[in-house]
Write a protein that binds this ligand. Structure first.
Ligand SMILES: Cc1cc2nc3c(=O)[nH]c(=O)nc-3n(C[C@H](O)[C@H](O)[C@H](O)COP(=O)(O)OP(=O)(O)OC[C@H]3O[C@@H](n4cnc5c(N)ncnc54)[C@H](O)[C@@H]3O)c2cc1C
Length: 414
């Protein structure tokens, strides 16, 4: 029976970043996933490296908007009514975390995880031989209404307090920045600096190859269960064999709780399903990431076309996609880019692994200290993966972290 120092479960962006960081610490690492690298949620995200992504989703402002979103057929949020009883406790926890003290604490933690994301990825992509996948850019939020933007509003103040540059743009200035956007947008906000990847899936596969070139092993098999051993190691039971490791990192995205629940580790993980639509050969370009603020839809220029991504749907991780949610993105694309050729469209759906307070679970599990949680990054998993990996790799070699891990403690909901 082969024994590994570390087994990472999950070959999404979080698992692969964890594996590389652990390997750099000199550890012998094996990644196990039932799919090839980057095929689940990490395949189709919007590619944003949100360096200033420090405002949690749960704020009084988003809670106030929620009823309106829920009752609108094309709003950014949908709960499948059959699933409502299951998700109510999660939503209640989310509402409870929308208080000033907890939001500020969450913002500090998100800032620590996310702020260096562009530098991390530039370094990793260079090592992997794919520097072209990381682009420096800004976030452009656009609004149809000609309104005065109060930069002291919570969502902007929290970013500015931590050092973000935010500039208000008036009508003509928006098209100076992004000439292909519709002239209907009256007001804009330019937030930065940050960046984006032009191909989230190719980024994961390139990093997975980097890990393999460094001697790392990737096994494609489903993990059925985990068990702690008397010698403090962990059994990783797969469909074909039992692997043994000194330590296991669970980065299994929206499925992570299924491996931990049987060990008595209870973490309220939900799948916030999102969708994208990709248009090839549109004839339009974008230099920055654009957020359409009415529909909460994000547009980025990818190397294979224009991608619009968004929507949150609670239906459970096993429910089949509701493709009408992806279809909703097409009229938004038409409104945003009136001159684009949108005739070639491809849709995709993936589950964001999300915890109610919008922070991931990172750290040793209660009663199973050799199993380290590293999942639940919600809307910012691509952004937060390298920052998380720095922390996780330190924990694997028993280094004391230099960030306060109590806000992301996997046991915080017990
Ligand atoms: C529409 C949309 C847009 C987004 N846009 C952005 C963005 O612009 N920027 C950003 O930072 N984030 C964004 N996100 C969020 C981001 O994509 C996710 O947070 C991130 O991909 C999660 O990565 P992960 O590695 O945790 O999970 P995944 O990529 O889902 O990987 C988990 C892996 O675990 C494997 N697995 C699970 N259970 C088992 C098992 N029992 N045995 C073996 N393998 C198992 C799965 O097969 C999977 O490969 C977006 C998400 C969506 C849906």
């Amino acid at each position: 029976m082969s024994k590994h120092q570390v087994i990472v479960i999950g070959a999404g962006i979080v698992g692969i970043c964890n594996a590389i960081a652990a390997q750099k610490r000199g550890l012998n690492v094996c990644v196990v996933d039932r799919l090839p690298p980057g095929e689940a949620c990490s395949f189709g995200n919007a590619g944003v490296l949100a360096a200033w992504g420090c405002v949690p989703m749960a704020t009084p402002e988003t809670l106030l908007e929620t009823p309106k979103w829920l009752f609108s057929s094309n709003g950014p949020l949908k709960i499948q009514w059959r699933y409502l009883p299951k998700v109510i406790p999660w939503l209640a926890k989310m509402a409870m975390s929308a208080n000033a003290a907890q939001m500020e604490r969450a913002a500090d933690t998100l800032f620590a995880l996310n702020n260096s994301t562009v530098e991390h990825y530039q370094r990793l992509a260079k090592e992997a031989g794919v520097p072209e996948l990381i682009v420096e850019s800004n976030y452009l939020h656009v609004f149809r209404s000609d309104r005065d933007i109060d930069l002291n509003q919570r969502a902007y103040r929290m970013r500015r307090d931590r050092g973000a540059n935010i500039t208000v743009l008036k009508h003509g200035e928006i098209r100076d920045v992004e000439p292909h956007l519709s002239p209907d947008y009256q007001t804009g906000l330019l937030i930065g600096p940050q960046g984006h990847t032009v191909n989230p899936n190719r980024l994961v596969t390139a990093l997975a190859s980097l890990f393999q070139r460094g001697g790392g092993e990737i096994r494609q098999v489903e993990v059925q269960s985990l068990a702690t051993r008397n010698d403090n190691g962990v059994d990783v039971v797969t469909q074909s064999e039992t692997l043994v490791a000194d330590k296991v990192v669970v980065s299994a995205g929206a499925w992570s709780h299924r491996l931990l629940n049987p060990l008595g580790v209870r973490i309220p993980l939900e799948a916030e399903r999102g969708y994208h639509v990709r248009f090839a050969d549109t004839g339009v370009t974008l230099s920055n990431t654009v957020l359409e603020s009415e529909h909460y839809v994000v547009a980025n220029a990818m190397e294979d076309g224009l991608r619009l991504a968004g929507t949150v749907e609670f239906a459970g991780v096993d429910a089949p996609p509701d493709w009408s949610r992806a279809e909703m993105l097409k009229p938004v694309a038409r409104a945003m880019f009136p001159d684009a050729d949108l005739s070639t469209a491809e849709v995709w759906s993936g589950p964001r692994p999300a915890l109610p307070d919008d922070l991931p679970a990172v750290g040793p599990c209660l009663n199973a200290p050799n199993i380290i949680a590293a999942f639940g990054h919600g809307h910012l998993g691509l952004t937060g993966a390298p920052g998380t990996a720095e922390i996780v790799s330190g924990l694997l070699v028993d280094e004391t972290p230099n960030v306060d891990l109590s806000p992301v403690d996997p046991g915080r909901f017990v």
